[in-house]
Design a protein around this ligand. Structure first.
Ligand code: SF4
Length: 714
């Protein structure tokens, strides 16, 4: 008999793992301690469901490794000494100023995450620009969704996924590119599965690996890694050749039609030829092109299989091409829906990054920069104007000595970045590193001079935006653990330590910051308008999608607390002439290819039990129990050729480094490919490639080559 835990009170919140944005309730016992969590039945997103991570989320609030007090040390190889908050914050502020005086303002950089609350991103952005005075400020979201941002901007003139989960209930054909929903976004998968079971629309999955979603698909296209643009161009070739395009929509609402048509009708993209480049049989290319174009409404989703590539931005733009050419933007069931990774990756996109300003303003636009400077009270002369470095450019800049100091907030590059042997060398070169995280045992903390213990999400208040632009609320359910502090408090305290001659107002509460953000979101050309929202309304509705304009509240009538589920329903885009851009993507294959020395494709991805380099899931009983050790999926035929057995240890080596892993034999991977989960420390990212997408600066984690050798089993 399992003893029932008695819940005295349920606290409102939102799950803090993936971008699905499930509404969660935290159960507190009589003593105010957390005993369990459950999904909220009235929430549109998850309708009472949670995946394993959400269900067990309460286990990590007081788990081993939680930071209890600030720590300081003189050099990274010296032991940490306990410090007061004042000592740790003073030392951090002094070191930032010292580095900037010696080397210039841009010698200090800040990298945050997709895990914080939106008000925290907004406040950190204000602190970095207005007080520290640099744009070298990025999120680890560059590792997961930068290509989606870039692709949306190139196609539609603005970022923001134009569709919603409700589109599953209307679509007549769904194509998933490099997205394994059952493991990455289990509750979105449940929504998709329910919709498919009711209406049985065709599901086409493009993935080199037989993922769990591929097993559920009607058609699986096991593409040659990194060649999605060839497949899409070839589908467009069939669509134009057979007159299946939505010419009326294209002529009314797009730019560059003749250029795109000429490109995709080139014989290179005839399925007869394209099949050799992308590895998909010509008849299959024709079948999926016809299925997609002939559906009344068709939608595409994608995740890291597209984004984490040197062609990530082009891949996203090309998916947008496919949907524009078939009239599938802004209609129920017809959309280009990027499935974002982290719970609040959207928050960084909307409110702060090295290349953008709050409310999707553009850093390079002098008028918009001035608008922010005036609103914040920053001297325009002080406001940093030069575009900042992305996370992926910050580490090379540390190597060259351009950057001397770094502040990492809830991110763990020693595990998450590609080519970690290179990251380790960069860390060792830093003159000053401050790590701010809920857990002091995060691997990157080995290299820090100051550690700031942050509160976990359930100890804080603020918002998340999920993959379908839905803003949801995290309520303060628990007091902060030991002497940890909310990130919002830490940023505000740090701001007090900088005086640059101008008075910048920092609201005392997250709700105060939210009110500032509402004001900044208003503008006739901005889809990101949250001016009609308030914490109370968000809580009442269990999340509201943007845009949700104050000026339109009356119009919403019975719709009450619902924002707009779709963007671009009127065919008007945020480009100078209001038309969407068709982007010509003539594929150039610059992927690192398998060769005689490194004959296997190396692919990496998430398993359902893991998240965010296991800083949290590695501490949760059942998540850790069911996926505790690094392993590598290998095809049994390839293993037989090399004399390798199931569960034997092997050394996998690339041009960057090596890792020892246990072999799991499976037909999920092709004979010339292997797959390793990417959240294990000192594992697959010792081997991965640091090559970047030219537009988004996102790394090509998923396409590199490696060789396998047996290791001594003694
Ligand atoms: Fe949390 Fe994502 Fe699981 Fe929902 S699907 S419970 S948001 S981890």
């Amino acid at each position: 008999v399992i003893p029932q835990k008695k819940v005295a009170e349920w606290k409102y919140s939102t799950c803090n793992y993936c971008s699905t944005g499930c509404a969660i309730e935290i159960g507190l016992g009589d003593d105010g301690k957390v005993v369990t969590s459950r999904g909220h039945a009235g929430a549109d997103v998850n309708r009472g469901k949670l995946c394993i991570k959400g269900l067990l989320e309460h286990e990590l609030f007081e788990s081993p490794g939680r930071g209890t007090q600030p720590l300081m040390r003189d050099k990274f190889h010296h032991a940490f000494q306990p410090a007061s908050w004042d000592q740790a914050m003073d030392k951090t502020a002094d070191k930032i100023k010292e580095i900037q005086t010696k080397y210039g303002r841009d010698a200090f950089a800040v990298v945050s995450t997709g895990q914080l609350l939106t008000e925290e991103f907004y406040t950190l952005g204000k602190l970095v620009r207005g007080c520290i005075g640099t744009n070298n400020y990025d999120g680890n979201t560059t590792l997961c969704m930068a290509s989606a941002v870039s692709g949306y901007k190139r196609s539609f003139g603005a970022d923001g996924p134009p569709g919603c989960y409700g589109d599953f209930e209307h679509t007549e054909c769904l194509m998933a590119f490099g997205s394994n929903l059952p493991e990455q976004h289990p509750i979105i998968y449940w929504r998709l599965k329910e919709a498919k079971e009711k209406r049985n629309f065709p599901l086409i999955v493009v993935d080199p690996r037989v993922t769990m979603l591929a097993q559920f698909a009607d058609i699986h296209l096991p593409i040659t890694p990194g060649t999605d643009c060839v497949l899409i161009n070839s589908m467009l070739h069939v669509i134009f050749k057979e007159g299946l395009e939505d010419r009326a929509y294209l002529e009314a609402h797009t730019n560059n039609l003749s250029e795109l048509e000429a490109l995709v009708l080139d014989k290179r993209y005839d399925p007869i030829h394209a099949q050799h480049e992308c590895g998909i049989d010509e008849d299959r290319i024709r079948t999926v092109a016809r299925l997609y174009a002939n559906a009344g409404a068709a939608m595409s989703i994608w995740t890291m299989g597209i984004n984490q590539s040197t062609h990530g931005s082009d891949g996203v733009a090309n998916i947008n091409n496919l949907n524009l050419c078939t009239g599938n933007i802004g209609i129920p069931g017809g959309t280009s829906l990027s499935i974002t990774g982290q719970c609040n990756a959207m928050g960084t996109r909307e409110w702060s990054s090295c290349s953008g300003l709050p409310g999707y303003r553009v850093l390079e636009n002098a008028e918009q920069r001035q608008e922010i400077a005036d609103f914040w009270g920053i001297d325009p002369e002080f406001f940093p104007k030069k575009r900042g470095l992305t996370e992926t450019d910050i580490f090379p800049a540390i190597e060259t000595g351009e950057i001397k100091g770094l502040w990492l907030v809830a991110t763990n590059p020693m595990t998450s970045m590609p080519n970690t042997p290179r990251i380790r060398k960069a860390m060792e070169k830093l003159e000053f590193l401050v790590v701010q995280d809920c857990y002091e045992d995060v691997e990157t903390n080995q290299y820090s001079h100051v550690y700031l213990p942050a509160s976990v999400w359930a100890e804080k208040e603020g918002c998340h935006t999920n993959t379908e632009r839905r803003v949801n609320l995290v309520r303060n359910a628990l007091p902060s653990y030991a002497d940890s502090k909310p990130d919002f408090w830490i940023f505000n305290q740090m701001a007090k330590r900088f005086d640059n001659g101008h008075v910048i107002h920092f609201p005392d509460t997250p709700e105060g910051a939210f009110e500032e953000m509402k004001t900044l979101s208003v503008g006739s050309d901005r889809t990101l308008d949250i001016s009609g929202m308030s914490y109370d309304k968000i809580e009442q509705a269990r999340g509201i999608q943007w845009p949700y304009r104050a000026s339109e509240e009356g119009r919403k009538g019975q719709q009450g607390l619902r924002g707009d589920p779709r963007l671009y329903t009127d065919g008007k885009f945020q480009t100078p002439n209001g038309k969407a851009n068709l982007i010509c993507v003539d594929f150039v294959n610059n992927n690192e290819q398998p060769c005689d020395e490194y004959p296997f494709w190396l692919n990496s991805g998430r398993v359902v039990e893991h998240f965010h380099t296991r800083t949290r899931t590695g501490k949760i009983g059942n998540c850790n129990k069911y996926s505790p050790t690094p392993y590598m999926e290998m095809n049994p035929d390839a293993a037989e050729e090399l004399g390798i057995q199931h569960q034997q240890y092997v050394r996998l080596t690339s041009r960057r480094g090596d890792a020892v892993v246990m072999v799991q034999l499976t037909h999920r991977v092709a004979r010339n490919a292997v797959f390793i989960p990417f959240h294990f420390h000192d594992c697959v990212n010792r081997l991965t490639l640091g090559l970047l997408d030219p537009y988004s600066r996102q790394p090509a984690f998923k396409q590199c080559s490696a060789r396998i050798e047996k290791v001594d089993q003694q």
